[in-house]
Design a protein around this ligand. Structure first.
Ligand SMILES: [Zn+2]
Ligand SMILES: [Zn+2]
Length: 318
């Protein structure tokens, strides 16, 4: 991937700012009741389709290969994920693999703890950088051939990658068309575009980006990893299970991020469902024994944290 051009930086800034402004406009319109149940149903459907495109598709399938699925479904997930407007599929996968290779160190494209040059940065600056600021920066972005060669060499993926602008158009046109079909009016098309298009993009963006910022900043930890990743329960449902992000950094290839019964993980449920009907194979799961081996309470090196993490054998004996 080459240097980001000025036009690309402006496009990225637009992708961040326009849904934000549209969300404020939409809230003002809501006060005047320009929102119908149809708008909310369209928005929820578009949210689910595109968020699943990111969590099950871009992330667990294409970045980490935590299960296998027929090529046609890979492409379907790549299209749905692209419609979340978080960048073309190959760029997304390359940046995310680089995040795992250099987590919270120099080279991490979006750590709240280190700036692009590897220096520590202030709390607010760091959180902003991890959340959205990194999208406007050249530094730290991953080389596609190095980090996503498998996708780069796949003609179908390259086509989907190249057609990103068309998919951004469709992600706005589909809810507008749905709004028109339900109401038969131009106003219905407009509110469909606003709620099902822009406001929905805003929410999917900020939930995904919160995994990059919040889930490396505050929350709980229970495995012995040398990064700052955390599990954040209040983001679990909107992020479809991605906010069990500390579990994910401990076991990046696991298809299941919510590893305890009380850690809801809708994306893992979808993958299990696909497995049951024969659409997912070789689903990677981590046995309780392997999880126990990596648990913080068992790690001598992290002994100072034992007390915080409750009732290990040594604590109860003491
Ligand atoms: Zn992370
Ligand atoms: Zn990951």
């Amino acid at each position: 991937m080459g240097e980001m051009t000025r036009a690309e930086k402006i496009a990225n800034l637009g992708a961040v700012v326009i849904p934000f402004v549209a969300t404020i406009v939409a809230i003002v319109l809501l006060w005047n009741s320009f929102v119908t149940p149809a708008d909310l149903i369209i928005a929820a459907a578009m949210y689910m389709l595109t968020a699943i495109g990111i969590t099950v598709g871009f992330h667990r399938l294409l970045t980490h290969r935590s299960f296998q699925t027929p090529k046609s479904l890979e492409y379907t997930f790549a299209v749905l994920g692209s419609m979340a407007v978080q960048g073309p599929v190959i760029a997304w996968v390359a940046d995310h693999r680089k995040h795992h290779a250099h987590t919270d160190e120099e080279g991490d494209p979006h750590s709240p703890h280190v700036a692009e040059d590897g220096h520590h940065q202030g709390v607010l600056r760091g959180l902003w950088h991890a959340h959205s600021g990194w999208l406007m920066s050249n530094q730290g972005r991953a080389d596609w051939k190095k980090y996503a060669r498998d996708l780069y060499e796949d003609d179908g993926m390259r086509t989907i990658n190249r057609r990103f602008a068309l998919l951004v158009y469709l992600t706005l046109a589909i809810p507008a068309l749905a709004g028109f079909l339900v109401t038969g009016t131009a106003l219905g098309a407009l509110t469909g575009l606003l709620w099902g298009g822009l406001v929905r993009i805003f929410f999917v963006h900020h939930v995904t980006w919160s995994v990059n910022s919040v889930c490396h900043f505050l929350g709980t930890r229970r495995f012995d990893t040398d990064d700052h990743s955390t599990n954040v329960f209040w983001l679990a449902l909107p992020s479809l299970g991605e906010s069990w992000h500390h579990n994910h950094h401990a076991f990046p290839r696991s298809a299941v991020h919510g590893m305890k019964r009380w850690e809801p993980d809708p994306s893992a449920l979808i993958i299990s469902g696909m497995e049951k009907v024969g659409l997912a194979r070789n689903v990677i799961r981590i046995s309780p024994e392997r999880q126990a081996e990596k648990a913080l309470v068992a790690g001598a090196s992290q002994g100072d944290l034992q007390g915080q993490f409750g009732t290990s054998a040594s604590n109860s004996r003491g």
